[in-house]
Write a protein that binds this ligand. Structure first.
Ligand code: PMP
Length: 341
C-alpha cells in the first residue's frame, strides 16, 4: 500500500511552528536561566526537559529501537489523543476501532468530533480478515486503532501484519500489555511499514502508572510530528528522574512480571473452581475477562468486601475484568468469590 505521510497530516498543521524552548539551544552550556519566567527559588522551580533525551535513550535500548523513532506522552492516553489531533479533521474524518476494545479511543474521538467506525470482533474476540477487508473497502477512516493484547478481552491479534499492510492510513498498534504476552512487539515492523505507530506504556508491566509515561514508536518523520505538536513539558522532571532510576533496575521489573504471570496461572486455576463463573477468556495480559451468571451481583458482593473490579464495557454483558494482584489479594478475591457461591 502506497503511503504518503503528507496527505495524512491535517493540512493546516503542515506549517505550524511548535513552541520552542530557548534553552534547548544551550543544553551543554552553563547559562543563567532568565528565559522562562520561572521562580528562582524552590526544589521544583525549573521546567523539565521538553524532549527527555536520557529517558528516551534508555527506552530505545530496552525496546530495541532508535531514539529518533521515539516520542513520549503523559501516559499513552495523551498519545492516543494527539494521534487524532494530528491526523484527523474534526467534523470530517473518522477513526476505526475494534469492538470491544479500549474505551478511550472512542472517548477521544468524541472529544475531537470524529466519527467512529467499529470492527466487530467475533465471539472469541478475534478480528476476522474477510470482515476487515470488507469494512475497510467501504471506509474512509484515517486511523485504525488495534489493541494487542486487547483491553478488555485480553487476547492478542493473530497475524497483526495483515491488518497493518492492508489499511490505507495510519495504523496504531496499542501494546499497553505486550510485556505480559508471549507475542513479539510490532516495534520490529517499523522499518517495513511507514504508516505504523506503536504505543507502549510504563503504567502496566513496568509498574509506574503513577508517573504517567506513555511511549510512542514510529518513523522519525512521524515521531518528529508528535515531538513538535505535543504540549511543551508533558513529562514532569520527577517522572523523568524516577522512571530512569526504575528502568535501570530492569531485573526487578522482570522479576515482578514473572511473579504476576505465575500468580495469573494460580488465579486461573482458582477461578476454574468457582461456581458462578461461566467463562474465563484466554488472556495474554495481566487481567482476565470473566463471564459470570450474574456479573452485577458478583461486582456488588466483591465491593461489599472492599474488592473493586471492572464492570464497564457496554458491549460485554455479564463480564467483569479482574486484574491480577498480589498473592494475598488474589486469594482474598478467590475466597470471597467462593463464599458467594
Ligand atoms: N491503552 C490501553 C489498551 C490501556 O488499557 C491503557 C490503560 N488502561 C492505556 C492505553 C493508557 O495507558 P496510560 O495512559 O496509563 O499509559
Amino acid at each position: 500500500m502506497e503511503f504518503n505521510l503528507n496527505t495524512m497530516i491535517r493540512p493546516h498543521l503542515a506549517g505550524v511552528k511548535s513552541y520552542q524552548t530557548l534553552r534547548d539551544f544551550f543544553l551543554n552550556q552553563k547559562v543563567v536561566f532568565l528565559d522562562a519566567n520561572e521562580n528562582p527559588f524552590g526544589d521544583f522551580n525549573r521546567y523539565p526537559d521538553g524532549d527527555p533525551i536520557q529517558l528516551k535513550k534508555k527506552l530505545a535500548e530496552i525496546n530495541l529501537a532508535k531514539t529518533e523513532n521515539l516520542f513520549l506522552g503523559n501516559g499513552s492516553d495523551e498519545l492516543i489523543d494527539l494521534t487524532m489531533r494530528i491526523f484527523c479533521e474534526p467534523a470530517k474524518d473518522s477513526i476505526m476501532i475494534m469492538n470491544p476494545s479500549f474505551v478511550m479511543y472512542e472517548i477521544y474521538a468524541k472529544m475531537n468530533n470524529l466519527q467512529v467506525e467499529k470492527l466487530q470482533l467475533n465471539s472469541d474476540f478475534e478480528l476476522e480478515k474477510g470482515k476487515f477487508l470488507d469494512t475497510i473497502s467501504k471506509s474512509q477512516a484515517k486511523v485504525l486503532f488495534l489493541c494487542t493484547p486487547n483491553n478488555p478481552t485480553g487476547n492478542s491479534i493473530d497475524d497483526l501484519e495483515f491488518y497493518i499492510q492492508n489499511f490505507n492510513g495510519i495504523v496504531v498498534v496499542d501494546e499497553a500489555y505486550i510485556e505480559f504476552s508471549p507475542e513479539d512487539s510490532a516495534v520490529k515492523l517499523l522499518n517495513k511499514y511507514p504508516n505504523l505507530i506503536v504505543l507502549k506504556t510504563l503504567s502496566k508491566a513496568f509498574g509506574m502508572a503513577g508517573l504517567r509515561i506513555g511511549v510512542g514508536f514510529a518513523s522519525p518523520e512521524i515521531a518528529n510530528l508528535f515531538i513538535q505538536l505535543k504540549p511543551p513539558y508533558n513529562i514532569s522532571s520527577e517522572s523523568q528522574k524516577l522512571a530512569l532510576e526504575q528502568l535501570n533496575q530492569v531485573e526487578e521489573i522482570q522479576n515482578n512480571i514473572g511473579f504476576i504471570l505465575e500468580e495469573k496461572k494460580k488465579l486461573k486455576k482458582g477461578l476454574d473452581q468457582i461456581n458462578g463463573v461461566v467463562k474465563i477468556y484466554p488472556s495474554d495480559a495481566n487481567f482476565f475477562l470473566i463471564e459470570f451468571k450474574d456479573a452485577q451481583l458478583i461486582y456488588q458482593k466483591l465491593l461489599d468486601k472492599n474488592i473493586l473490579t471492572s464492570l464497564r464495557h457496554p458491549s460485554l454483558k455479564n463480564c467483569l475484568r479482574i486484574s491480577v494482584g498480589t498473592a494475598q489479594e488474589n486469594s482474598e478475591l478467590l475466597k470471597v468469590l467462593s463464599e458467594i457461591n
